[in-house]
Design a protein around this ligand. Structure first.
Ligand code: RIB
Length: 292
């Protein structure tokens, strides 16, 4: 079983042709409300592919929380460790503009995923072969869980997003770290090529439609991406992380796992919403067969 520990949000998405300036009001092109949150997205990505996945998180005692809970159940994510907190459900304000997005998250109940919550659900988490985390829950919880997983020999994939909260000393506690280029620079204060060789087979840098790169101990390897028809890139990174966890749980070698995850992410951006375009296994296999 894979366990994702992380955020769950209601995504409030608006489209616009122009970004408003400070103090300016403009008319947008559309509005959509969709389930999101990096943690929930990663869990759904795994479930869509047919993986057994459990989610540890907190929703608010409000209508958004109810919608999100039902959606997770519908997606066949195990929700035994998804409980109601005291704050309101997390939301993400997303602006889509020129095939890209800007996101502002108000975490709400996600801040209630404390180390105590990890202890409360530890018996469950301890049954996992892989734990996946991101940084939209409190840092102390991430740190606590990293240490506990290391102690219990559970593999960890950490997606350092948002990167501001990453701590350098965590690097020894993770099996895979999956920043994008900007996150890599924010975390390490250096360009990818300058220092990635220090972390062979551990740091996987996502490069959008250029694929991903990692160092295998001898050389820098680029696993090519796939240029798809972009509708909404929200959740592409989450699909990548979920698919990577799924592939690793199926014991794919790293390069194959990355190719698989790249393709899953390329399919996810062809529909609106973070979870809207996440593929099932057959879709990934079909596209993979066209590039092999
Ligand atoms: O990675 C995309 C996600 O980031 C969105 O679903 C939003 O909720 C934010 O967490």
């Amino acid at each position: 079983m894979i366990t994702v520990i992380g955020s769950i949000n209601m995504d409030l998405t608006v489209g616009t042709n122009i970004f408003p300036k400070q103090g300016e009001t403009l008319l947008g092109t559309f509005f959509e409300m969709n389930p999101g949150g990096k943690g929930a997205n990663q869990a759904v990505a795994i479930a869509r592919l047919g993986g057994e996945v459990s989610f540890v998180g907190r929703i608010g005692n409000d209508p958004f929380g109810e919608v999100l809970y039902n959606q997770m159940e519908k997606e066949k994510v195990k929700v035994d460790c998804l409980k109601k907190g005291n704050f309101s459900t997390g939301i993400a304000n997303i602006i889509l503009h020129e095939q890209d997005n800007r996101i502002l998250v108000v975490p709400g109940a996600n801040t209630e995923v404390t180390p105590k919550v990890i202890d409360e659900h530890w018996e469950h988490i301890n049954k996992s072969s892989i734990v996946v985390m991101q940084l939209e829950i409190p840092v102390e919880t991430v740190e606590y869980t990293l240490k506990k997983c290391r102690e219990h020999k559970i593999q960890v994939i950490l997606n350092p997003a948002p990167a501001t909260f990453f701590k350098q000393e965590w690097i020894d506690l993770v099996d895979y770290l999956t920043p994008n280029e900007h996150e890599f620079e924010a975390v390490f204060g250096a360009k990818v090529e300058q220092i990635i060789d220090r972390y062979p087979n551990k740091i996987i840098v996502t490069l959008g439609d250029r694929g991903v790169c990692y160092h295998d101990g001898k050389r820098l390897i680029n696993v090519a991406g796939y240029k798809s028809r972009v509708v909404d890139t929200t959740g592409a990174g989450d699909t990548f992380n979920g698919a990577l966890a799924f592939a690793i749980s199926k014991e794919h070698q790293i390069e194959d796992a990355l190719r698989f995850a790249n393709i899953a992410a390329s399919i996810s951006i062809e529909k609106i919403g973070a979870q809207g375009g996440m593929p099932i296994l057959a879709q990934v296999e079909e596209r993979l067969s066209t590039i092999k």
